[in-house]
Design a protein. Structure first.
Length: 134
């Protein structure tokens, strides 16, 4: 994804939620941006909105965001658990798990940019072989 407007985490989440990896899902990303703004105003009322910065995938905010996606975008059977893949300070693989849905989705945290990780067979078409694009 392009990461336009520091939205790479939100784009990756929307791509996994819809199973459409060719789109950057501007409408869903804008809705998630509103979630970010509302969360910031509620939890950090005296600070600038998190919308003004790149987002991070750790902490309470990510839990809130995944719950919002699972509750508003997806139905019960499609809910997601996100596995965030990155490296620790020693360069060793590190994983964080967020959410409790029955489907697993991996997001690669490149320390400044996020990408949805998809199986090779999805790469050419942009959507799962058994699923039409959504």
């Amino acid at each position: 994804n392009s990461g336009k407007d520091a939205s790479c985490l939100l784009i990756s989440i929307a791509q996994h939620a819809t199973e459409n990896y060719k789109s950057e899902h501007a409408d869903k990303v804008n809705s998630l941006r509103k979630t970010v703004r509302d969360y910031t105003e509620k939890t950090h009322p005296n600070t600038a909105s998190m919308n003004d910065y790149s987002l991070f995938s750790d902490g309470k905010f990510m839990n809130h965001l995944v719950n919002e996606v699972n509750d508003t975008i997806l139905n019960q059977e499609r809910k997601l658990t996100f596995c965030i893949a990155t490296a620790d300070f020693g360069g060793q693989p590190a994983w964080r798990k967020v959410g409790n849905g029955p489907r697993m989705a991996i997001i690669f945290d490149k320390a400044g940019h996020y990408e949805a990780v998809i199986p090779k067979e999805i790469g050419a078409t942009g959507h799962a072989p058994s699923q039409p694009p959504r």
